[in-house]
Ligand binder design. Structure first.
Ligand code: SF4
Length: 287
């Protein structure tokens, strides 16, 4: 059986930037570094960085850090209150918010001054919390068309006033198109739809569609907390029903490959390249 790795899978630019910044800081030995929330939604990569000295702190634990410690803001970004809190606690800040997310935050801030803001994204996702924070908590977040219709019905979205629609950067382009079309149909006032899915995510959908159809079996590698991983895994499975999801090589099952002459290994924007290679090597060892 031939085993191939998708050349386009692996960390996106925002994650590469955050991780390399953390590694550079740690190599200089300038004190303790804490990522505010997991720096990447991948348990294996977190363990590797943890061995180098990177800690993870949640918002509730900020008060337990020592003055002078440094906190890294990950690629997802944060709402303005987080920066104020870190400053008040006397903590150093390394801001690794992805430039694409920073631009989206700025566009949402500006839109909130002139219209209702609707965000297509995962409720409670860190990037979405950072986006909603730009509007003082006023933005409406919806995960699907059913939630949109409910919000129009209960008055959380006034269809008679202008609105602007944005997407979390890692959502499915097809689902965003559908949601935008539904909102167009519901609105009586003007609606502006902003194309804010990250270009790297959108192109990965197209590339994965080709890759998934070229192999008998697809092994999709992603951490259990990766939102982008779930979206891309479902996308691959819709193209190739013999798509399996694993977080690590130990989860592979020989029966998945029965009768297959080729297997493809791919992953999310939070899946490290070294893990894709480890999974591909483990598949080869099953034979
Ligand atoms: S998916 Fe795109 S927007 Fe999100 S962190 Fe990666 S490069 Fe930045």
């Amino acid at each position: 059986m031939k085993v191939g790795i998708d050349p386009h899978s692996g960390f996106c630019g925002g994650v590469i930037r955050a991780i390399s910044t953390a590694e550079e800081f740690l190599s200089r030995g300038e004190g303790r570094l804490w990522s505010l929330g997991a720096i990447v939604h991948n348990e294996e990569e977190l363990a590797r960085l943890g061995r180098k000295g990177l800690g993870t702190v949640e918002h509730g634990g900020i008060g337990n850090l020592d003055r002078g410690d440094t906190v890294l803001i990950r690629a997802h970004g944060e709402p303005p209150q987080t920066y104020e809190r870190l400053k008040a606690e006397g903590l150093g800040v390394i801001d690794c918010t992805c430039p694409v997310v920073l631009r989206l935050q700025a566009r949402i801030r500006e839109a909130a001054d002139r219209a209702q803001v609707v965000i297509f994204g995962k409720i409670g996702h860190p990037e979405v919390l950072g986006l909603v924070g730009q509007t003082g908590g006023r933005a409406l977040v919806v995960e699907n068309t059913a939630q949109l219709i409910t919000a129009c019905g209960d008055g959380r979205l006034d269809t008679g006033s202008p609105a602007e629609l944005f997407s979390q950067t890692t959502m499915s382009p097809g689902e965003y198109e559908e949601l935008a079309a539904s909102l167009e149909g519901l609105m009586r006032a003007p609606l502006e739809v902003h194309r804010t899915i990250c270009a790297q995510v959108a192109s990965r959908h197209r590339e994965l569609a080709a890759f998934a159809s070229e192999h008998d079996v697809i092994v999709f590698v992603a951490g259990s907390s990766s939102s982008n991983g779930k979206v891309l895994f479902e996308w691959c499975r819709s193209i190739n029903p013999r798509t399996r999801l694993v977080g690590a090589p130990e989860e592979l099952r020989p029966e998945w490959f029965e009768g297959a002459s080729s297997a493809g290994v791919c992953g999310a924007t939070s899946t490290p390249r070294w893990l894709l290679e480890a999974v591909a090597a483990a598949i080869e060892n099953l034979q």
